[in-house]
Design a protein around this ligand. Structure first.
Ligand SMILES: *[C@@H]1O[C@H](CO)[C@@H](O)[C@H](O)[C@H]1NC(C)=O
Ligand SMILES: *[C@@H]1O[C@H](CO)[C@@H](O)[C@H](O)[C@H]1NC(C)=O
Ligand SMILES: *[C@@H]1O[C@H](CO)[C@@H](O)[C@H](O)[C@H]1NC(C)=O
Ligand SMILES: *[C@@H]1O[C@H](CO)[C@@H](O)[C@H](O)[C@H]1NC(C)=O
Ligand SMILES: *[C@@H]1O[C@H](CO)[C@@H](O)[C@H](O)[C@H]1NC(C)=O
Ligand SMILES: *[C@@H]1O[C@H](CO)[C@@H](O)[C@H](O)[C@H]1NC(C)=O
Length: 594
């Protein structure tokens, strides 16, 4: 069963002259010297490194520990502290296509006080690399290289903190290669370079040192002289190699001009450390360059990976047709353990190998729906989220590093991630809620409780038809409650208490508690209209206040007038009474006098 899977995955590559892309055009390239305030042209090269840009945050520092593989002029880095957030990204506008992406690491005194940081890296939302302890002491571990397709016109490379120091980066290269290089047609695969070896070469070199095609992504070819490979000798030639630099892989001719070989009957073995339980893509490069081997069947060998034969009775000249002619083999296979052992076992003569590449095959993650990413970015701005929350890159992937406060669900129908929960309670947020929230159509729970969010509740909240929980309590939201909230039929919890809301609670919401949902509108001095709040008829409009003032004045005037009239009348009555008393007295007086 396992054998059948392996064999089905094996191919012999036939060379091809032309590629669909026009190699006369320059490839798209970005080279960034992180932390640098100026463009840099390292001495003895013609590759310009641009000053640091396209990053989401962080600070610049000098690198004191850096990879020996890079030019000395690249001496600065960018680092990301906790306060910069858990993930920070470089987002570079690029032409859609196929790219080699290479990242060199470094650290310094300011950024990590001379302690090697450990962190993780994602490309286009797919987790591709975790730095291993001791990387700074091992040149091969001080960089990471990938081959990936960019299909959204921006290369997004993110650095994720794992709590072991500040992520820091020395340089980033994004170098276009041919679309069909490595024959990977599926765009949902990222190849991570485990080893790229130029067998028998005296030293490690970049493609540019070999005057390789610019469409080859300036790949780094390491020598095998330091690898544990037993009794091998090296051989080289200056003769030209046919089909060496053919498209699409564009392997430098020089790689075919050196080889490691063994004497007749001796096996050749390479032992490499790999991530266990992963799939690997292996590419072998051969050209017969030993002048004593001129015919087929003079050199025949088997190729085994972890003792499993992947190519049997391989004959270089037999496949290539002639000596000094390149031939490529490739295999795709799973590896269970931590070690990948490449063994070349002779059947006739000795072994000869010119080069090989081993890639870990990483399936790309599905991304978050564009519109929802865009809506979250709009909320990040309107709410003024602090940098420490992150919110860079893709909200849901890598799945190991989702954005703070964002809950995601996978939609099997659309093959994308969407946002079903947003929990940003008690985060000291001081912004407003943008109406773009209406684009988070899968949102079921929104909790922004305990912040200082001001402004109104945007009517778009009423379009979030899947909303079950809406908690905006204890903020400074004002204005009235939008009628649209009434159309949220799934709503079970609506907490708007402790705000500055005013006006009438929409009648539909008033019935919520009757349906068994729990609603809280209290602590909003201006709100009215449902049981527990004051009645809206108490509410006095400005017009009615004026009317009341005017009518009170009239009442007072009338009252005053009445008072005057009454007073006058009283006076008259009193005078009349006094007069009549006098009269009667006067009247009586004569009688009493009589
Ligand atoms: C890096 O070191 C140089 C001196 O070598 C100094 O002038 C510069 O300010 C340092 N840069 C940073 C970001 O620390
Ligand atoms: C990356 O940049 C492109 C434009 O260059 C932009 O459209 C996109 O929204 C950016 N992505 C992120 C995650 O910032
Ligand atoms: C390895 O490849 C097989 C076949 O394509 C696939 O089913 C499996 O999920 C892959 N494993 C990993 C770890 O990617
Ligand atoms: C919202 O968050 C606050 C604070 O963590 C919590 O007390 C409250 O119960 C949450 N609201 C809902 C509806 O779950
Ligand atoms: C709500 O408050 C903001 C300031 O925070 C103010 O500009 C706006 O006019 C207020 N809206 C209402 C309806 O009171
Ligand atoms: C509503 O919120 C207030 C605080 O604003 C709280 O005192 C009260 O207990 C809450 N009522 C219910 C029914 O939860």
């Amino acid at each position: 069963m396992r054998r059948a899977f392996l064999l089905a995955a094996l191919f012999l590559i036939t060379f091809r002259q032309a590629s669909s892309q026009n190699m006369a055009d320059p490839p798209f390239t970005v080279r960034i010297s992180c932390g640098s305030s100026q463009n840099i042209l390292p001495s003895g090269t013609n590759a310009m490194w641009s000053k640091d840009e396209f990053f989401s945050g962080g600070s610049a520092a000098n690198a004191s520990v850096r990879s020996g593989y890079t030019a000395a002029e690249l001496s600065t880095l960018r680092y990301f502290q906790i306060s910069d957030g858990p993930e920070n990204c470089y987002n570079m506008s690029v032409r859609n296509g196929h790219y080699v992406i290479r990242i060199f690491f470094a650290y310094g005194q300011v950024d990590n006080s001379n302690k090697e940081p450990l962190f993780e890296i994602s490309i286009e939302g797919t987790l591709v690399h975790s730095l291993k302890q001791g990387w700074s002491l091992t040149p091969d571990l001080s960089y990471a290289e990938f081959r990936a397709f960019i299909t959204d016109e921006a290369a997004t490379i993110c650095f994720h903190s794992t709590g072991h120091g500040n992520p820091s980066v020395l340089s980033i290269e994004v170098l276009q290669i041919l679309d069909d290089a490595y024959d990977i047609e599926q765009k949902f695969i990222i190849l991570k370079t485990v080893q790229r070896i130029s067998c028998g070469s005296k030293e490690s070199k970049f493609g540019v040192d070999y005057s390789a095609s610019v469409w080859g992504g300036d790949r780094f070819w390491a020598t095998d002289k330091d690898l544990d490979m037993g009794l091998a000798t090296t051989i080289s030639t200056t003769r030209g190699i046919q089909h060496a630099s053919d498209a699409p892989n564009l392997v430098p001719e020089a790689v075919f001009q050196t080889a490691s070989q063994t004497s007749a009957g001796s096996a050749l073995t390479y032992i490499l450390d790999v991530e266990p339980n992963q799939n690997y893509s292996i590419w072998f490069y051969f050209a017969e360059i030993d002048p004593s081997v001129t015919e087929k069947e003079q050199r025949i060998f088997d190729i085994l990976v972890n003792e499993i034969p992947i190519f049997s009775e391989f004959d270089i000249i037999g496949k290539a047709g002639s000596p000094y002619t390149g031939v490529i083999l490739k295999a795709f296979l799973p590896i269970d353990g931590k070690v990948l052992t490449l063994k070349f076992s002779p059947l006739q003569g000795g072994i000869l190998i010119n080069g090989f590449e081993i890639f870990q095959v990483i399936r790309t993650e599905f991304k978050t729906t564009d519109i929802e990413v865009w809506a979250l970015q709009s909320l990040k701005t309107s709410l003024g989220l602090p940098p420490r929350l992150g919110w860079n890159g893709d909200p849901c992937v890598p799945q190991e590093h989702p954005w703070n406060g964002v809950d995601c669900q996978f939609d099997y129908e659309t093959g994308s991630w969407s946002i079903d929960g947003l929990d940003l309670d008690n985060q000291g947020i001081k912004g407003y809620l943008s109406n773009d929230i209406s684009h988070l159509q899968n949102l079921q729970s929104l909790n922004l409780s305990g912040n200082s969010i001001f402004g109104g509740i945007p009517p778009g909240v009423g379009e979030l038809s899947n909303l079950v929980v809406l908690d905006l309590s204890f903020n400074r939201m004002n204005g009235s409650i939008p009628e649209s909230l009434g159309s949220l039929t799934h709503l079970r919890k609506l907490f708007l208490n402790g705000n500055l809301l005013s006006g009438e609670v929409p009648a539909v919401l008033g019935a919520g508690p009757i349906r068994g949902a729990s609603f809280n509108f209290s602590g909003n001095p201006g709100l009215c209209g449902i049981p527990g709040l004051r009645s809206c008829s108490d509410t006095l409009s400005r017009g009615s206040i004026t009317a009341i003032v005017i009518s009170s004045i009239i009442v007072m005037l009338i009252g005053g007038l009445c008072a005057v009239i009454i007073h006058k009348r009283r006076q008259n009555i009193a005078r009349a009474q006094r007069l009549s008393t006098e009269k009667s007295w006067k009247f009586r007086a004569p009688s009493s006098n009589s």
